[in-house]
Design a protein. Structure first.
Length: 204
């Protein structure tokens, strides 16, 4: 049986957990895995440049992962934000899929064993059922509405599951040039997902 944790919020106590686990009698290497949660509306949203510093969210996760070097690292809860803040425009919208693609692209080189979107269904144990099925915020940050209608983030993961695992550099050209959120190759097919530009982020 694997032993690990602590599934903390905001990437907290990663180093302290590993050190404590060793003192508690786990093998000298420490716990089998380290798990934690993160949202861009945690530390990042407090920054005055939250809407332009697009790497704030993933930089924090990478730093936590480095604290757990040598251990399996699981991000067991994340999404594009929580409630209405200046950094996002609701988990029910296409923005969520764009955010997910960019997050996957940034974290791919860092050996993170799980990225678990919170949450799969709008029916879960926290709070009550959403009053508005399609939002804003009607889906409780889920992949599906309360009646199981797939939202853009659901379709984003669906596309990602079939897109291959070879990441290529890419760019979007047009009226507003910028980076391709995530370009993957599978069976000679190129897929560019999630244009995510500071100039096109949704308003608060």
């Amino acid at each position: 049986m694997s032993v690990g944790g602590p599934a903390t919020a905001e990437l907290e106590d990663v180093t302290a957990f590993i050190q404590s686990a060793k003192r508690w009698g786990t093998p000298v290497s420490g716990p089998d895995f380290v798990s934690t949660h993160s949202y861009p509306t945690d530390a990042c949203n407090a920054q005055p440049d939250a809407r332009t510093q697009l790497d704030c969210f993933t930089d924090g996760i990478i730093a936590a992962r480095q604290q757990a070097a040598g251990h399996t690292f699981l991000l067991t809860e994340f999404n594009c934000g929580w409630r209405n803040t200046a950094i996002h425009d609701g988990e029910s919208h296409a923005y969520a899929a764009s955010f997910m693609f960019r997050t996957v692209e940034k974290l791919a080189p860092h050996n993170i064993s799980a990225l678990s979107w919170w949450t799969f269904s709008s029916i879960f144990e926290e709070g009550s059922l959403p009053p508005n099925e399609f939002g804003p915020f009607g889906a409780n940050s889920a992949l599906q509405t309360v009646h199981g209608v797939p939202l853009p983030i659901y379709r984003g993961f669906q596309l990602l599951a079939h897109a291959g695992d070879e990441i290529l550099p890419g760019a979007v050209r047009g009226k507003k040039n910028g980076e391709c959120g995530l370009m993957l190759r599978a069976h000679r097919v190129l897929a560019c997902f999630g244009q995510f530009l500071g100039s096109t982020l949704p308003g608060p």
